[in-house]
Write a protein that binds this ligand. Structure first.
Ligand SMILES: [Zn+2]
Length: 234
């Protein structure tokens, strides 16, 4: 791993000196890497992350993971509202939906995999505690988005990629929109967010083919949610 020190002054102590128990993945969503690095280290921006990963896999180290970086903003997951205290935030260089959303290169994903695996080991973070920014702020954020290869990461022990069985498909047979929304909220999404945001965030993460328009199979998306609820570790 190529690690380059690029310290940010934008951090403080985690509430109650807690150890991080989640990892949040972001894309930078800016025109260039240098723009993103400048913003994440500018004392006037009041934003940061623990690290940024360039397209070629180089890792810029901003804030020690013991400290609280400022990457999550207003957010929620399973009752937690101070996600900055609870998590490590990693930025992944990509123009995003505003400045050119392109597939994540292999070298970059390899570096994400290595860094996240290392942090999961150090802090004893379970695989299902690796989340997208869009998971914890569905009405504000889309990152890292539907092109992010979550299935590939799950094959390397990061995050979850559900493989629904017959029972899961049977479970969702009777789900209307309310039941689907309720299931997503009981999985962890913010109950105060509108259903359209919650379901879009879920599908962006776990049924990207619906967002990309390459499939219309909503039943599969729902069965994946039923599967996740069955497997959930709390
Ligand atoms: Zn983000």
């Amino acid at each position: 791993m190529t690690i380059i020190r690029k310290p940010s002054p934008n951090f403080n102590e985690r509430a109650d000196h807690q150890r991080p128990s989640y990892i949040i993945l972001h894309y930078t969503g800016m025109r260039s890497l240098s723009d993103a690095l400048a913003r994440l280290t500018d004392p006037d921006s009041h934003v940061s992350a623990h690290a940024t990963i360039d397209k070629d896999g180089a890792i810029y180290d901003h804030v020690h993971p013991d400290k609280r970086a400022w990457h999550a903003g207003k957010s929620y997951w399973r009752g937690i509202t101070d996600m900055n205290s609870a998590s490590i935030g990693i930025e992944i260089e990509n123009g995003g939906h505003e400045h050119g959303y392109t597939p994540f290169p292999e070298d970059q994903i390899l570096a994400v995999t290595h860094l996240v695996q290392k942090l999961m080991g150090i802090y004893d973070i379970p695989s299902d505690h690796v989340l997208a920014h869009s998971d914890i702020a569905p009405d504000r954020k889309q990152d890292p988005g539907e092109l992010f290869p979550w299935a590939l990461l799950a094959a390397n022990g990061i995050g979850t990629w559900p493989a629904p069985n017959e029972d899961d498909f049977a479970t969702v047979k009777d789900w209307d929109l309310d039941a689907y929304t309720a299931a997503a909220r009981s999985f962890g999404y913010d109950p105060s967010c509108g259903y359209e945001f919650v379901l879009r965030a879920f599908e962006r993460r776990y049924a990207p083919e619906l967002i990309l328009g390459t499939s219309q199979d909503e039943t599969l998306a729902r069965a994946r949610l039923a599967c996740l609820l069955r497997l959930i570790k709390r």
